[in-house]
Design a binder for this molecule. Structure first.
Ligand SMILES: *[C@@H]1O[C@H](CO)[C@@H](O)[C@H](O)[C@H]1NC(C)=O
Ligand SMILES: *[C@@H]1O[C@H](CO)[C@@H](O)[C@H](O)[C@H]1NC(C)=O
Ligand SMILES: *[C@@H]1O[C@H](CO)[C@@H](O)[C@H](O)[C@H]1NC(C)=O
Ligand SMILES: *[C@@H]1O[C@H](CO)[C@@H](O)[C@H](O)[C@H]1NC(C)=O
Length: 272
């Protein structure tokens, strides 16, 4: 069999197949398969799918101190409550040989020069101090820790929260995990991003999504990935938001049409 390996072929949706209510996402008619895994009993209308682990990634969005630390986001109780579930998900994906892709706000000074006003305003302290209290401004100290510049890369406020930070460092050192900076809510917007380039170069077609906030950065990255042709899975029990429930309901409703919806409790036994 002749195996093609261009991004266009990898992402060609017509190479899904379906029989007996099972979506086969492995593209095995064109690409080699290793140990495909069947995930059954998913939430929503699409109940069963088969994935190819070597072409799959787990994308964890924005589980950063800025969004989760009680000193910076006191209201993020739901986000803090999914930290342990996220740790279990990461452990299970590593054991299954599936890449873990930490994707976070991590601006540099060039990003600040080109940041649109709507973003500067949206991330400002009160929507009116457009320049001084938004991306890149010094956040002072939090619990005696210098928080650094707001959502700039390599600052304490942009570091992963709690046990997720050592987990990520350990995974990147071991080569099971990869770390990507992003400069918008979506990590997949525009012509190309660090995450998008990695997916293309590694032939990844299938993505699972968790993190915060479900309806904002998770949803933005999920939707852009769907638009670009990736198979997308939203994982509600490793996703959280500070928004009203209807915002999450909208994401779950649409994710079931764009891709798939399934909890970690269903995925982990299936890929073990
Ligand atoms: C998360 O796991 C840690 C370590 O096992 C435990 O101490 C903590 O109570 C757990 N938190 C929640 C919210 O379950
Ligand atoms: C905006 O927030 C800053 C700091 O939090 C404060 O000093 C300033 O007075 C606020 N401006 C308005 C218009 O609320
Ligand atoms: C930002 O802060 C500087 C110095 O405190 C002040 O002169 C300037 O007016 C502020 N700009 C805005 C947009 O608030
Ligand atoms: C999936 O997880 C969400 C969030 O924890 C929960 O509300 C929902 O009941 C779970 N669904 C199933 C079928 O386990």
């Amino acid at each position: 069999m002749h195996f093609l390996n261009s991004a266009a072929v990898l992402l060609t949706a017509v190479t899904w197949s379906k029989s007996d209510g099972v979506f086969d996402l492995t593209r095995s008619d064109r690409l080699p398969v290793t140990t495909p895994k069947m995930i059954s009993g998913m939430i929503g209308g699409r109940k069963n799918a088969i994935i190819e682990p070597s072409r799959t990634g787990l994308v964890i969005i924005d589980m950063q101190n800025y969004f989760l630390h009680p000193g910076l986001s006191p209201g993020a109780t739901k986000g803090r409550a999914i930290v342990n579930t996220t740790v279990s998900m990461v452990d299970g994906f590593r054991k299954a040989g599936i890449k873990v892709l930490w994707t976070n706000w991590g601006l540099d000074d060039f990003d600040l020069l080109t940041m649109p006003p709507a973003f500067l305003s949206g991330f400002s302290a009160n929507g009116s101090d457009l320049q001084n209290e938004t991306f890149g401004s010094d956040m002072g100290t939090v619990d005696g820790i210098p928080a650094g510049r707001l959502l700039m890369r390599n600052q304490w406020n942009s570091q992963l929260y709690g046990p997720l930070h050592p987990l990520q460092v350990e995974g990147v050192d071991a080569g099971t995990d990869f770390y990507f900076n992003k400069n918008r809510l979506s990590g997949m917007w525009g012509a190309q991003t660090p995450l998008g380039l990695f997916l293309q170069e590694n032939g990844i077609t299938t993505l699972f999504f968790g993190g915060v906030n479900t309806d904002q950065c998770v949803w933005g990255t999920f939707l852009d990935s769907y638009y670009k042709g990736f198979d997308v899975f939203l994982v509600p029990d490793i996703s959280a938001t500070t928004s009203p429930q209807y915002a999450t309901d909208m994401c779950i409703y649409n994710a079931d049409g764009d891709g798939f919806v399934v909890n970690s409790t269903t995925i982990l036994p299936a890929i073990a």
